[in-house]
Design a protein around this ligand. Structure first.
Ligand code: F6P
Length: 320
């Protein structure tokens, strides 16, 4: 192994820069040359990579986003695109590649690993926290903290006006962010894509709450778990009380990474370089039971990470 490449792909996540910094500095200390492909798979297919050095990654640890930029790349979904990237890796004489991204990015990495001799390692970074094989992804903790600091503020106005609020957090397909933000912000109700909402149960909870003297409620809903307007209308009709909607949106993807996101990025970066140096490609690094671990790309891509149902039960118990 002489030269490794790095690309950040899919939705950005706070801590991607910390991961780039860790990979560059660890790899350089092990006498590897490091280059970066810009705009994810788009750059991997089309561009000459740019050198990355310990100095060029100075001052980025605390920055959200990714200095390598990222993109959603439909062209890469086709085999032609994957082969193009494989040829570019060969041309650039890159023999190890670190893909920093989420579940979708790793599916692309798996396809690419079948077309190239370069070793590929995935570093999980997504606010969706949906990578199988890692209890947590880089950026998740930051997004949860961003969400709960907004929900805390919404709680103030909800209490003052005795209103119900639907707060929509990110998560097109998965509810990890909604569940963790919901439980840590004390949401009365949490709605996630993985669990079919039983509306009658929700109305019963809201009615019981108001009987017990709760005049306001926060419903945290993942973006992919139904339509907020429609839900608000139904709650207003059933309970006769005002409902407001607050969509937290893209702010959840940005901002300075928390200590936890930076630490994960540093640990994952180190592990990724170690794997490449020991000749182990086709892997995703991760956190399992508190320790840094790894599983095969294939297993990670082919398995859906389960939502912790005990957390949902706990959330309901705590919201009484
Ligand atoms: O980064 C993950 C995620 O935030 C999802 O929760 C969300 O649905 C999606 O990305 C939206 O990203 P974009 O608009 O960039 O495609």
């Amino acid at each position: 192994m002489k030269k490794i490449g790095i690309a950040t792909t899919g939705g950005d996540a706070p801590g991607m820069n910390a991961a780039i910094r860790a990979i560059v500095r660890i790899a350089t200390s092990r006498h590897l040359e490091v280059v970066g492909f810009h705009r994810g798979y788009e750059g991997l297919m089309n561009d000459e990579p740019k050198p990355l050095t310990p100095r060029s990654v100075g001052g980025i640890l605390q920055l959200g986003g990714t200095i390598l930029h990222t993109a959603r790349c439909p062209e890469f979904a086709a085999r032609r695109g994957v082969r193009k990237a494989a040829r570019n890796l060969l041309r650039s004489r890159v023999d190890g590649l670190v893909i920093i991204g989420g579940n979708g990015s790793f599916k692309g990495a798996l396809d690419l690993s079948r077309e190239t001799d370069a070793l590929i390692v995935g570093v999980p970074a997504t606010i969706d926290n949906d990578v199988y094989g890692s209890d947590e992804t880089i950026g998740f903790d930051t997004a949860v903290n961003t969400a709960i600091s907004e929900i805390d503020k919404i709680r103030d106005t909800a209490i003052s006006h005795e209103r119900k609020f639907i707060v929509e957090v990110m998560g097109r397909n998965r509810g990890f962010l909604a569940l963790t933000a919901g439980i840590t912000a004390g949401a009365e109700i949490i709605i996630v894509p993985e669990i079919r909402l039983k509306r009658e149960n929700m109305f019963r909870t809201l009615e019981e709450n108001s009987r017990k003297g709760k005049k306001s409620s926060i419903i945290v809903k993942a973006e992919g778990a139904g339509d907020a307007d429609e839900l608000a209308g139904e709650i207003e009709r059933r309970t006769g009380s005002e409902v407001r909607i607050s969509v937290l949106g893209y702010a959840q993807r940005g901002g300075s990474p928390t200590a936890r996101s930076r630490l994960l990025a540093s640990l994952f970066g180190e592990k990724a370089v170690e794997l490449l140096l020991s000749g182990q490609g086709g892997r995703v690094v991760g956190l399992q039971g508190g320790g840094v671990s790894m599983i095969s790309l294939e297993k990670s891509c082919g398995t859906e990470k389960p939502l912790d149902m005990n957390l949902m039960v706990l959330a309901n118990l705590l919201a009484t």
